[in-house]
Design a protein around this ligand. Structure first.
Ligand SMILES: Nc1ncnc2c1ncn2[C@@H]1O[C@H](COP(=O)(O)OP(=O)(O)OP(=O)(O)O)[C@@H](O)[C@H]1O
Length: 288
């Protein structure tokens, strides 16, 4: 399913959450949707899932607007950080309701995942811990097999081992039944291995959209004696630097910087990771 966001602005009274945003998502890819607090990620995901309408511009899924469009919404599943299940229902009833909504629903996957997350289907959702609620959301998201599955910080309250279980199962599921997965997260280090493409929002605008490996290849981190580092980085696009007692570490971004020259100068060289790039590229001091 083709996802196009065309020149979308979304305002809440005086606040502009998204400003003339144009971005597209391809079929069957895992996207990392990243950005600082308030960058507009949740707003974008809610627009994609038809929860709300843009103030201007268009959100199109296979050429149709998702808002109030059952034909399209059956293929989109958005799991939020705070899923509000009807408290009277048992877990199995919540899953039943979801299964009626999503035509590709896999009951087998749902049952497998319940076991993986140690969820007893007869438990009422009323008494669930935060982590268990998150697990139910994850079960729904994965078992829906919706063509577009969106997770907005889905693991609040999940401990590290449950989160790693989620990442493993997500990848397994994706390999068996490819779909478009959009993952918004602040735990970038944990999740970035899953991303094929990275979309970074900043102040409601698109800062960059790139293949994850290409993104990392465009970066270079060099460390060593300050004067040698300065000699190497002169004229290059520095996105961050830190200096302690005559030693400097500098991150560069924007070109396929050759590591050979830096190594020949005796500098230590490595690529930046996605988390570093998100943080440094969105620093308000304009990158420097
Ligand atoms: N319902 C709303 N009413 C008023 N302002 C809102 C509303 N929803 C979002 N905003 C504002 O729009 C901006 C973008 O918010 P959004 O939740 O989309 O960002 P985000 O990137 O998901 O942030 P976070 O990482 O903190 O969850 C923020 O300034 C937020 O305060």
């Amino acid at each position: 399913m083709k996802v196009e966001v065309k020149d979308v602005t979304k305002s809440y009274r005086s606040k502009t959450a998204l400003a003339n945003l144009t971005v597209a998502f391809e079929e069957d890819k895992i996207y990392g949707l990243l950005g600082r607090n308030g960058a507009g990620k949740t707003t974008l995901m809610q627009l994609l899932a038809g929860y709300t309408l843009p103030s201007s511009g268009e959100v199109l899924l296979n050429g149709e607007t998702p808002f109030n469009n059952r034909n399209i919404l059956k293929d989109i599943c958005l799991i939020n950080e705070s899923e509000n299940f009807k408290k009277r229902l048992k877990i199995k009833d919540v899953l039943k309701v979801a299964s009626l909504f999503y035509p590709n629903w896999s009951q087998e996957t749902a049952e497998y995942l319940l076991k993986q997350f140690n969820l007893e289907p007869n438990l009422k959702t009323k008494g669930l811990s935060k982590g268990m609620e998150s697990s139910v959301g994850i079960v729904i998201g994965l078992a829906s097999r919706a063509k577009i599955t969106i997770f907005d910080e889905p693991y609040i309250g999940l401990d590290a081992s449950a989160r790693y279980k989620f990442y493993d199962i997500l990848l397994e599921e994706y390999e068996t039944y490819p779909r478009t997965i959009i993952l918004s997260t602040h735990l970038i280090d944990e999740v970035s291995n899953l991303f094929e493409e990275v979309v970074i929002l900043q102040n409601g605008k698109l800062l960059l959209q790139k293949d994850k490996d290409e993104l990392v290849q465009l970066s270079l981190q060099v460390s060593g004696k300050s004067e040698v580092v300065d000699q190497f980085t002169k004229g290059k696009n520095v996105i961050h630097e830190a200096e302690i007692v005559g030693m400097k570490t500098v991150q560069l971004f924007g070109e396929n910087y050759s590591s050979e020259e830096a190594i020949s100068l005796g500098l230590q060289v490595e690529r930046c990771n996605v988390q570093q790039l998100m943080v440094y590229l969105t620093e308000e001091r304009g990158g420097k």
